[in-house]
Ligand binder design. Structure first.
Ligand code: DGJ
Length: 738
């Protein structure tokens, strides 16, 4: 058994090993810490010799092209760096031969010591009382500036069974002066020299997670978010592969993401030598942070890894890692409930009678969690007013929420409520009382979006007031689910904590969530930000599920879900069946497709179910019952995307249970021209000599086939099994070994 973290004192080489990859770095003669290698090779038995031969050519200027493990402005000035510090050098410290150039932007970190521990945590991580499934080794390398008593600790946590590394940095100012940070990355990761393509999400509201693939050329390709949430347009995750050499199940895939829900940036840098590095951390163009003497800052995590099993291999590693180490454990068990949300049924036309009626209809069809969306609080008749006044509107609910919740509970469902805690409408009691509590610059315009402003979570009193309102709601009502929304981007980001707001806002949100989850262990939170604007490994450490997009049109949603699943697991991907004629796009999509798409994740119903005829309600009931039979495979199984919508034809997903005895096959046709024949999609990871019984939602037996046959020849071509005419566009089939 080889240690996951190894240090060879003679060569001063660190090697981190996972089951199928390694990551190595070395301390040079003067304490410089340089990257040596990162690759998808089981390094347990591999010798790593003569590593100097892999040093970058020292082109142009001393040190500029060196593979600094954590490049700082000082050692590197002509390329991108991870960290820029500003020291307010005092004139009294000058030697005779020095002029007073103020301040000093020069940091050169050198090795001091290292330590190996177990289960250390990055900044902003939350455990919620959960102990890790398996203890994980953590390497901490301490570096210090050549002159100033400024310390950087580089952390590496290794998850060997999933080939995943997590990095973060802790900075400590042990000088006697305040030090300003102008750029701070959680990590810089070097890739072996090659020609690469980058796959990333390039979306928008209503089109989240839809991806593009682009070649990386010499220079810097930055991805940035400046909205104060994680973002709709981009998401802090990436997949990189040698140009043209990737398939769903084969090819080298480098993957990564960041656990941070605020302004972030990822910079993909290709040097003139073709050396490739990725810097990931706080968005740096508006960033500044001051570390006073004795102060430390620990960054969130940069997560990354490499595998040889294509895009699906990367996804599966991240999905398992999320389930095993990141997502909170719900007090209500490992499976997410079928949810009803009335937003698209009533919008702001909220009434007690309607909610009761919806609840009864929802319970009868098998819904397990009933969530009341926007419009329940004092004065909220439209999006123009009341955000910030988190008390129940007595003109709608004269006796508060209790009678509704009691009925929902009597019907056998849990109760959930929508909140948007970071926001305030100018037309609200909160704003009238505290107009100074919003992000703004004195004397300057306060730009509204959706008629709302953002509270200054840099202020402790604001965070405490919002926490207290949510605490009261939970204390007085049997609420076990919050839909936590955030519906605008920041504009005038003037805060009591100045530029630190980029970090402090996220800290405020996480802090409130962490306190509520601790005090109310039966609470689950869904992350929503005008759809999928706040999805990342940081929020998913608090929220059991996310609202993937406001776009509930199944034919659009297929693309969104394909992209989402590249990085995030279906077990946290909330997806609703809504009206036949979709409210966002106006397109009519039949019920089969709407369910087949929504059943790929955490199923929700968002239709005005009271308006449906009895036979349609029966269809909902039957499909929800079918979903409950297959959801343990969908939410907890391993995913194989057999075909992606953006490649044309169909999107085909296969989920496989851990014991491989059950599987769900889900196909949605996105282009169906007459005469167009889809392939018999070959299934993956079944037991070759087991016989699988194929059934549908009626429990009709569709046939019995060996796992080997299904993997070699694919799903049979009968229409019932997933071969389509123009009028049949989707199918979900359960496979169970007999
Ligand atoms: C945006 C969300 O994404 C919707 O689902 C809904 O909750 C509205 N906000 C309510 O204002």
């Amino acid at each position: 058994m080889v240690d996951a973290i190894n240090f060879d004192a003679r060569s001063r080489l660190f090697v981190l090993r996972t089951d199928r990859s390694f990551y190595a770095m070395r301390v040079l003669a003067h304490g410089e810490l340089v990257h040596v290698g990162f690759g998808a090779v089981a390094a347990a038995t591999m010798a790593l010799d003569n590593l100097d031969q892999y040093e970058e050519p020292n082109y142009v200027w001393e040190n500029q092209g060196r593979r600094w493990e954590y490049p700082t402005f000082g050692d590197v000035t002509t390329h991108d760096v991870a960290l820029t510090t500003v020291f307010p050098q005092t004139a009294t410290a000058l030697r005779d031969d020095e002029a007073a150039h103020l301040p000093v932007r020069d940091l050169r970190l050198r090795y001091v010591s290292h330590e190996i521990s177990t289960d250390d945590e990055p900044g902003l991580a939350a455990q919620h009382g959960r102990s890790p499934v398996l203890p994980r080794p953590v390497l901490c390398i301490t570096l210090r500036d050549i002159g100033y008593a400024f310390i950087a600790r580089l952390y590496y946590r290794v998850t060997p069974e999933l080939d995943i590394f997590e990095r973060w940095v802790e900075l400590e100012n042990t000088t006697d002066m305040p030090v300003t940070l102008e750029a701070l990355a959680f990590a810089t990761v070097h890739l072996p020299t090659d020609r690469y393509e980058l796959r990333r999400s390039a979306g928008a509201w209503g089109r989240e997670f839809v991806g593009v693939t682009q070649e990386l050329h010499q220079g810097v390709t930055p991805l940035r978010q400046r909205g104060l949430n994680t973002g709709h347009n981009a998401n802090p995750c990436f997949l990189i592969h040698p140009k043209g050499q990737i398939g769903p199940e084969n090819g080298t895939a480098y993957f990564g993401m960041m656990a941070f829900s605020g302004n972030w940036c990822l910079r993909f840098e290709v040097l003139p030598t073709d050396a490739v590095r990725i810097h990931g951390g706080y968005e740096d163009s508006h960033f500044a942070m001051t570390l006073n003497p004795s102060q430390t800052h620990r960054t969130p995590a940069f997560i990354f890894g490499v595998g040889e099993d294509g895009t699906n291999g990367a996804s599966r590693r991240l999905h398992t890692w999320m389930h095993r180490y990141v997502l909170p454990q719900s007090a209500h068990g490992p499976l997410r409930p079928v949810l009803y949300n009335g937003w698209e049924s009533v919008y702001f036309d909220m009434s007690m009678e309607k909610q009761l009626q919806l609840a009864r209809t929802a319970a009868a069809m098998g819904v397990e969690l009933f969530c009341v969306d926007d419009g329940w609080f004092s004065g909220r008749r439209s999006e123009r007013a009341a955000l910030g006044d988190w008390t129940v509107d007595r003109s709608i609910f004269p006796q508060g929420l209790t009678p509704l919740i009691t009925e929902v509970r009597r019907l056998g469902m849990r109760f959930g409520l929508w909140v948007e805690p970071e926001m305030v409408n100018p037309d609200s009691d909160l704003y009238r009382t505290h107009p100074d509590w919003v992000l703004h610059f004195p004397g300057r315009p306060r730009t509204q979006m959706r008629h709302q402003l953002i509270l200054d979570f840099g202020r402790r009193d604001v965070v405490e007031a919002i926490y207290a309102m949510l605490d009261t709601l939970l204390a007085e009502n049997d609420i076990t689910f919050f839909k936590w929304d955030m519906n605008r981007y920041v504009t005038e980001a003037g805060s009591a904590v100045e530029e630190e707001i980029w970090y402090r806002h996220v800290q405020g949100v996480y802090g409130i969530m962490d306190r509520l989850l601790k005090k109310y262990p039966r609470l689950d939170i869904q992350s929503c930000s005008g759809g999928g604007g706040r999805v990342d490994a940081g929020i998913l450490n608090r929220c059991v599920q996310v609202w993937t997009s406001d776009n509930t049109d199944a034919m659009d949603r297929v693309y969104i879900q394909d992209g989402f699943s590249l990085f995030y697991p279906p077990g946290c991907m909330e997806s609703w069946v809504t009206h036949e004629r979709n409210h966002q796009t106006g397109r009519a999509v039949d019920l089969e497709v709407r369910f087949d798409v929504a059943m790929r994740g955490v199923l929700g119903i968002g239709t005005n179910i009271d308006a449906l005829p009895a036979e349609e309600l029966e269809n909902y009931r039957r499909k929800i019952a079918f979903y409950k039979r297959i959801r343990h495979i969908i939410q907890g199984g391993e995913l194989h995307r057999l075909a992606e919508a953006q490649n044309g034809g169909a999107s085909v997903w296969q989920s496989v249970s851990a014991d491989r005895r059950e599987s769900v096959y889900s196909v949605v046709v996105v282009q169906a021209m007459q005469g167009h024949h889809l392939p018999f999609y070959r299934l993956r990871n079944l037991i070759p000599d087991a016989i699988y019984r194929l059934t549908d939602e009626w429990d009709h037996e569709l046939g019995n086939f060996s796992g080997g046959q299904l993997m070699a020849l694919g799903m049979p071509g009968d229409q019932r099994h997933g071969h389509f005419t123009c009028s049949v566009r989707s199918r979900t089939v359960l496979l169970a070994a007999v």
